[in-house]
Design a protein around this ligand. Structure first.
Ligand code: RTP
Ligand code: MG
Length: 137
């Protein structure tokens, strides 16, 4: 089943020069394609909508600070079971709990600075794609 998902390479990934490494892993997956890719410094209004489910959590203010701290790479990835597949490629939220071989497991140590975002369901993907690429519809 071909799907579309929203992937962000967060400001830590861009600052650390990991764009090529992470994009390479995504491109290597058989049958997946990156169909949009842009370097963009994300603003608070957009991020407040994107991470609205976490607005009441203690980690929300530092998350907003971090996500606006520099440019991110914003991407659309399409392909077979890409929603589940990109979450697996990223690994669990806490990089220390993430297995080696996953992006977070290979490159992360800090929960907040965990390198990537990928939509967590079909509903999230649809909502997030509209939010980040409103012109594409
Ligand atoms: P994401 O939404 O970014 O793809 O990450 P996720 O689903 O794996 O994790 P989620 O629970 O949605 O959390 C969103 C992002 O907030 C930061 N976070 N910090 N305890 C903490 O300090 C904490 N918990 C979460 C991470 O950047 C996480 O990816
Ligand atoms: Mg999430």
């Amino acid at each position: 089943m071909s799907q579309r998902t929203l992937v962000l390479l967060k400001p830590d990934a861009v600052r650390r020069g990991l764009i090529g490494e992470i994009v390479g892993r995504i491109e290597s997956k058989a049958g997946w394609a990156i169909t949009a890719l842009e370097l963009r410094t994300l603003g608070r209004p957009l991020l407040e909508q994107h991470y609205g489910e976490h607005a009441d959590k203690p980690f929300y203010p530092p998350l907003m600070e971090f996500m606006t701290s520099g440019p991110s790479v914003v991407m659309v990835v399409e392909g077979e079971r890409v929603i589940e597949g990109m979450r697996a490629l990223a690994g669990p939220t806490d990089p220390i709990a993430a297995a080696p071989g996953s992006i977070r497991g290979d490159f992360g140590t800090i929960v907040r600075e965990n390198l990537v975002h990928a939509s967590d369901s079909e509903e999230s993907a649809e909502r997030e794609l509209k939010l980040f690429f409103p012109e594409a519809v």
